[in-house]
Design a protein. Structure first.
Length: 276
């Protein structure tokens, strides 16, 4: 490959969920640049095909398997097919997520359930059905959470609850599957732009100025900032790192506080209704 200076994943297979867009796509490209054969998983075949085309354009290897991570039987079939096609799974990145901003007192039970099903149950299904292959290769699980897993997040009770569950799941697996040589870690990304975050989270037009002012390093992140950390945490260089959460956020969680989606939501709603 032209772009990678290292090939830490040559001969390895990485599965990245939610890889049709945004951060998942950036991570799929990053793993492929370092030699991995990448299985990109997501709901929309055309988006997955775009990711595969981007990888192949750079000379990398990838293939797409469509799945809704809420469908346990389909997830099981996908993991089996990855092993049939490549013989292994070395890295599983549970990145697929659902999120939107909604005041807790207005959120319907099904709205809460949809996000928990994707984020919490979906992460478990993927992890559960990748287990045999991860065990065989002393593999690595990387779960994408958010700092609001521990701070809470006004306006995203569904996502905060689910991410807190994923954090507990990660720590549980680090302890329980360490005996098999499997590592489990989290990355907690700070605020960044992507197709998903722009559509679902950053509701206000002045979001950049507002959010950047909460980040000590003074800017929103890029998917590539997070992808570089994902490579390291999933590589042999981090072979004694397990049960950890790496904040990749310009120190936002320490000194910027909660993102407070609710505040932005209320402001946008007030401006739309003409009230102050
Ligand atoms: N505000 C309040 N409720 C919402 C909502 C919003 N913006 N968007 C969806 N919901 C509710 C729906 O009303 C529905 O509840 P109901 O049956 O009580 O009416 C429930 O959530 C499920 O919505 P639906 O669109 O049928 O779910 P889905 O399974 O097709 O989609 C979502 C799941 C809602 C998470 C959707 O946003 C999604 O697919 N997101 C994937 C991408 C994404 O969010 N990425 C994260 C980027 S930060």
């Amino acid at each position: 490959m032209q772009n990678g200076t290292q090939r830490r994943f040559a001969g390895k297979t990485a599965v990245v969920t939610g890889a049709g867009t945004g951060l998942g796509r950036a991570m799929a490209l990053a793993f492929a640049r370092e030699g991995a054969d990448v299985c990109v998983v997501g709901r929309r075949q055309e988006k997955l095909d775009e990711t595969v085309a981007l990888v192949e354009k750079e000379g990398g290897k990838a293939f797409a398997l469509s799945a809704d991570v809420r469908d346990a039987a389909r997830v099981q079939a996908v993991m089996a097919e990855v092993v049939t096609r490549t013989g292994r799974i070395d890295v599983l990145v549970n990145n697929a997520a659902g999120n939107f901003v909604c005041p807790s007192e207005e959120l319907s039970p099904n709205g809460f359930k949809s996000v928990v099903d994707i984020v919490l149950l979906g992460t478990f299904y993927c992890t559960r059905y990748a287990f045999d292959a991860l065990k065989a290769n002393k593999g690595s699980i990387l779960n994408i959470i958010a700092a609001y897993a521990w701070s809470g997040e006004p306006g995203a009770i569904h996502s905060a609850s689910a991410k807190a569950g994923v954090l507990a799941m990660t720590r549980t697996l680090a302890a329980e599957w360490g005996r098999f040589g499997i590592r489990a870690n989290c990355i907690s990304p700070g605020p960044f732009h992507s197709e998903g975050t722009d559509k679902n989270l950053w509701l206000s037009p002045d979001v950049d100025a507002h959010v950047a002012s909460t980040v000590p390093l003074g800017r929103l992140g890029e998917p590539s900032d997070i992808a570089r950390a994902a490579l390291w945490l999933s590589s042999e260089e981090a072979s004694w790192v397990s049960g950890a959460t790496l904040a990749v956020d310009g120190a936002q969680w320490l000194h910027g506080g909660t993102l407070n989606f609710r505040e932005m939501y209320d402001k946008v709603r007030a401006s739309m209704s003409g009230s102050t």
